[in-house]
Design a protein around this ligand. Structure first.
Ligand code: SF4
Ligand code: SF4
Length: 368
């Protein structure tokens, strides 16, 4: 981290609040033997998968509840309106990757990835997105738990984790982030992939709508096809610079007449976006973190949607969104929507398949 530059204090504080909260949960679990921390309860990626399971299978994995569905919906709306605020302010893996990247810069071990390697590597997160959703929808198990570095560390490598997958993921986060800037976020993270696809809102909406219409006609049509179209289309739009003309609604804008071309914004951007050359930042990697806004020395040169009063919008939206998570989670058993996991559907004779593997998970008991 370059301490000689102005720090984006609200973001720094929010990131530390999240890391401290997770450390508190971990310490409490260690000290209080009867306490089972619900680390996955705040993961919106599980929410997007839960939403998909509900629409396609009318069922949820055992640990998923309406709370996760609500979080998934909030994530989707948040990305469409404000970009990837979860990645910018909340995600602990994103925060740690960024801090490790600063360490790599400081010790001069970081390497710049060539343009062609960058384009190729970006496909990995879309492949992982396809595999994750395919297995999650097919089995109603959250497949991401098998390799998710956050879940593996937070749960102390619980039974859901495949240890060699998780070790590879953790190595990619730690070593990858020190050597290559935001390696996990840019190239591996399936949440990053679905977030980028949601930024191409028209494309995503068109595929989902078309699939819904086909299903409404009663035609049997596997979800594998729209899933593949979304993953491949998202990748192609990302590498060929698909236009983000309208969505997300909030974007960084640069006033060319007051810009002195000092390049501070481009140098400070964690996503290595050349802000100083753009009138409107339409790069899919921009997550509205506000680092460029904070560092620009010229008043009202960098703004959000050319309005000076919107500087605090990303922070406020993140706080509002995040503070909604806790009451949703706290009331998850009282919420009106109730679902039956595969086990309960089996018991009611609604399914013939075997029971899902999380039936005996302690959190699974509280869903219905
Ligand atoms: S362009 Fe600005 S807001 Fe977007 S990622 Fe870079 S620093 Fe953050
Ligand atoms: S930091 Fe501000 S003045 Fe400097 S190049 Fe970026 S927009 Fe222009």
């Amino acid at each position: 981290m370059r301490f000689n530059q102005k720090r984006n204090l609200p973001r720094f504080i929010l990131q530390w609040i999240v890391i401290s909260f997770l450390l508190f949960l971990g310490a409490r679990a260690f000290l209080q033997k009867d306490y089972v921390p619900d680390f996955e309860a705040y993961c919106p990626f599980g929410g997007v998968q839960a939403l998909s399971s509900y629409f396609l299978n009318n069922s949820l994995a055992c640990t998923m509840t309406t709370a996760q569905i609500a979080m998934g919906i909030m994530l989707i709306i948040g990305i469409i309106l404000f970009s990837k605020l979860f990645c910018a302010f909340i995600c602990p893996i994103g925060t740690i990757s960024e801090w490790l990247g600063n360490l790599g810069d400081k010790f001069k071990v970081s390497i710049k990835i060539s343009r062609s390697a960058d384009l190729l590597l970006r496909s990995l997160k879309y492949i992982l997105l396809f595999v994750t959703f395919y297995y999650t929808l097919d089995s109603n198990e959250l497949f991401c738990k098998k390799f998710d570095p956050y879940y593996a560390v937070a749960s102390g490598f619980s039974l859901d984790v495949v240890w060699y997958f998780a070790l590879i993921s953790i190595s990619l986060v730690v070593i990858g982030s020190i050597i290559f800037r935001l390696f996990w976020c840019k190239y591996i993270c399936p949440l990053g992939a679905i977030s980028n696809i949601l930024k191409f809102t028209w494309f995503f909406a068109a595929v989902v709508l078309l699939y819904a219409l086909i299903r409404l006609t009663g035609t049997q049509f596997s979800y594998v096809w729209p899933l593949a179209v979304i993953a491949i289309g998202g990748y192609l739009l990302e590498i060929f610079g698909g236009k983000l003309n309208f969505f997300p609604v909030a974007k960084i804008t640069r006033n060319e007449s007051s810009c002195t071309n000092c390049q501070l914004c481009s140098r400070k951007c964690p996503q290595v976006i050349d802000v100083a050359r753009m009138k409107v930042v339409t790069d899919v990697d921009c997550n509205l973190c506000g680092e460029c806004l904070e560092v620009c020395p010229e008043k009202d040169t960098l703004q959000i949607n050319r309005r000076s009063g919107l500087k605090w919008l990303p922070v406020i939206a993140t706080i509002v969104k995040s503070s909604g998570f806790h009451p949703i989670r706290a009331h998850r058993n009282q919420m009106l929507w109730q679902f039956h996991c595969l086990r309960q559907q089996n018991e009611r004779g609604q399914r013939s398949a075997g029971c899902c593997y999380l039936c005996h998970h302690p959190q699974g008991q509280s869903i219905v």
